[in-house]
Design a protein around this ligand. Structure first.
Ligand code: ATP
Ligand code: MG
Length: 192
């Protein structure tokens, strides 16, 4: 499961867990994106902070782990590169699932080299509040053939909502795991 995880929240964890249990996936690997090459938006946490929060959120969950591959890659990273890397590491296309939420899946035709993605993995999309499953119909047939749609409990949280709440001095308790909440507060993230 890829994402910026800025910060990771219970919507991410819930989506991952529902897809894991419904598809019988052995292990979920969270892959935080690296920092974009151009100057960062000052409101956005660094790759290392996002990685640390993803580790804290998944600590103690035997089936969840976190990969540094996109963070450590020197050049700007694309999903297709990460999938090729997992294939090369021995996870065959029929064993590899790429999980996104519905909003992300609806933009797949804008991703670099997206035409190659169905050969590298099975695509999985979790439902997300505010996004209509029917909109998937506009995606090309070769994507739809490879796509599994997983209905998950609808939890209308986003990293944007979490960041906005912090800026407005509102509570983020129960939107993010407790250790993530503590990490954000101790490091003064997202305050401005
Ligand atoms: P932002 O508001 O900054 O875009 P986000 O909450 O969408 O943050 P991302 O890191 O962009 O989080 O998302 C990573 C993946 O998790 C995406 O595929 C996204 O669709 C999915 N996702 C995020 N929140 C939810 C949710 N509440 N339910 C289902 N899927 C989600
Ligand atoms: Mg998003």
């Amino acid at each position: 499961m890829g994402g910026t995880f800025d910060p990771i929240h219970y919507g991410h964890l819930l989506a991952a867990e529902e897809c894991r249990s419904k598809l019988g996936i052995e292990k979920i690997i969270f892959v935080p994106t690296g920092d974009p090459p151009h100057k960062k938006d000052y409101k956005i946490a660094s790759a290392e902070d996002r990685y640390a929060m993803t580790l804290l959120a998944t600590a103690g969950v035997a089936e969840f782990s976190v990969s540094r591959t996109e963070i450590d890659r020197a050049k700007f990273t694309y999903t297709v590169d990460t999938l090729l890397e997992f294939n090369a590491a021995g996870i065959k296309p029929d064993e590899l699932f790429f999980i996104t939420g519905l909003d992300a899946m609806l933009s797949i035709t804008h991703w670099f080299d997206y035409e190659r993605i169905p050969e590298l993995c099975t695509l999985v999309t979790a439902t997300r509040p505010g996004w209509n499953v029917k909109a998937l119909k506009k995606l090309p047939e070769f994507i739809l053939r490879n796509l599994k749609i997983i209905e998950i409990p609808q939890f209308a949280v986003s990293s944007t909502v979490v960041r906005e709440r912090i800026k407005n001095n509102m509570s983020i308790r129960f939107l993010v795991p407790h250790l993530v909440e503590i990490y954000i507060a101790s490091n003064g993230l997202y305050k401005i």
